[in-house]
Design a protein around this ligand. Structure first.
Ligand code: 5AD
Ligand code: SF4
Length: 454
């Protein structure tokens, strides 16, 4: 209803001109996926898109709150936007995403950043047309950070960033309350999307020729809880695997406490599902894992890896690690390096701990200096470079299936990812983009494999 009203208001305001929207996304794939929906709403109501904020009629910042740096960046950018708005007072500035789930941030925006016109939370995405109507009618600051219970139902065609890779949200929110993490506070409680809706979306993407489907959620392993139907994540994977088409399936993110043998069995048995598991370990020390409220031990984690590799020796694992959780000792840190050596992750996304107001860990009196934390991070990165170079060598001489994703025209190279989620570089032209190619691996570096098209 509001979309129709908004369409009329847009025509009235911009007349014969098509107004332009600039959308910038910070943070994770979930935010990228939300932005695709926001773009869908904008397109449907009469906007086109621009890469230049100075040319735009509406600017949307979809923000991230996981680490402080991401927030500081947004505040910096809002400072610059003030100048753009001085030149174009008609410009509409919208702030959404995880930052807006924190009361103190919303207060700060209201008080100090008057250039912002609309604020809405991650749970109010479908309310965006209404909020824009309100702004155009009333010409005053509009804010809605409520969590609407049907926020996951996508009531619009999404504008996808890629023509061959598609993200499909399967659940929203998180119930885990890891002590360092702001996500459960800003994205609310876990809620799963009905499987029929997910299957329909995947079916339609497969028909359109999409080659990679990424199932998204904060903790996809707990998919299905609270739904009227009796379904869990392994069952959903099997159903998606049964859909016709030439596509592969990935999923992100997972929690080790819910990574069951049944799930590993499903991954191994489903031919479309990549034999790669992004399973954030966060730390290799049981003391730190307890302080993080993670509910598994390092040996629990290792037994999942062992089970997967007994079934498929090449099963690939990648992970997230936090360096410098409050009062992490050198001994704790060594245990993290140990688990990295034992698992031999194909890639590690590592982050220095960032204190998030409102979380439990923020209350800990941290005795470890920033210098010590950076030094540990340096050691972790050096170790991972060594591990990946060595571990990637297992693929030399073998043939991998790679989805060709990007072109480096200067070097005549294409890069893509193998089923194992490893970057592979090979000589080819752009005609291969968006296709699966068989690549024979000839070299291994710490960041990628190189090879030749078969
Ligand atoms: N500080 C640093 N890293 C964090 N992450 C989540 N919260 C924090 C924090 N406060 C990391 C975790 C998570 C990834 C998405 O971000 O490793 O898995
Ligand atoms: Fe944050 Fe833990 Fe939930 Fe992941 S599982 S979003 S780290 S609280």
């Amino acid at each position: 209803m509001y979309k129709e009203q908004l369409k009329d208001l847009i025509i009235e305001k911009y007349r014969t001109r098509t107004p332009l929207a600039y959308v910038r996304t910070f943070g994770c794939r979930q935010n990228e996926s939300d932005s695709e929906r926001i773009k869908g709403i904008l397109k449907e109501t009469g906007f086109d898109f621009t890469d230049n904020p100075e040319n735009s009629d509406i600017i949307i910042y979809n923000t991230c709150a996981v680490r402080e740096n991401a927030e500081l960046k947004v505040f910096g950018i809002l400072g610059e936007v003030k100048h753009i708005k001085e030149k174009n007072p008609d410009l509409i500035v919208v702030l959404c995403g995880c930052m807006t789930g924190q009361k103190h941030i919303v207060e700060k925006i209201k008080k100090t950043y008057k250039q912002v016109d609309i604020v809405f939370g991650t749970g109010a995405l479908n309310e965006f047309p209404r909020l824009l109507c309100e702004l155009l009618h009333e010409k005053r600051f509009v804010c809605d950070t409520n969590e609407y219970t049907d926020d996951f139902s996508c009531r619009t065609d999404v504008v996808r960033n890629s023509t061959y890779k598609a993200d499909v949200p399967i659940m929203y929110g998180c119930n885990n309350f890891c002590t360092y993490c702001i996500v459960p506070y800003v994205r609310g409680r876990e809620r799963s999307r009905p499987s029929a809706e997910i299957l329909e979306e995947v079916r339609s993407l497969a028909e359109k020729g999409y080659k990679e489907i990424m199932l998204l959620g904060q903790n996809v392993n707990s998919y299905g809880k609270g739904l009227d139907e009796n379904i869990d994540f392994p069952t959903l994977l099997r159903k998606i695997n049964g859909i016709d088409g030439d596509f592969r399936v990935r999923f992100m993110s997972s929690h080790p406490k819910n990574a069951t043998r049944e799930l590993i069995d499903a991954i191994c048995e489903c031919d479309k599902v990549c034999k790669h598991f992004h399973l954030p370990v966060q730390s290799g020390s049981d003391e730190i894992l307890t302080a993080m409220n993670r509910n598994y031990s390092a040996s629990d984690y290792l037994s999942i890896v062992e089970y997967a590799r007994e079934k498929i020796p090449d099963f690939s694992f990648s992970t997230d690690i936090i360096v410098g959780f409050p009062n992490e000792t050198e001994e704790d840190f060594q245990k993290t390096l140990d688990i990295m050596k034992k698992v031999k992750f194909d890639s590690v996304f590592s982050f220095i701990y960032s204190k998030r107001t409102g979380t439990k860990a923020a209350l800990i009196d941290d005795k470890i200096s920033d210098k010590e934390k950076s030094e540990r991070m340096g050691r972790l990165l050096a170790l991972q470079r060594e591990i990946s170079t060595e571990h990637y060598k297992r693929f030399i001489g073998r043939t991998l299936t790679v989805l060709a994703e990007e072109e480096n025209t200067e070097k005549g190279l294409i890069t893509g990812k193998s089923d194992e989620f490893i970057i592979v570089e090979f000589k080819a032209d752009s005609s291969f983009l968006g296709q699966f190619v068989k690549v024979r691996i000839t070299g291994a570096h710490n960041w990628a494999l190189t090879g030749e098209i078969l």
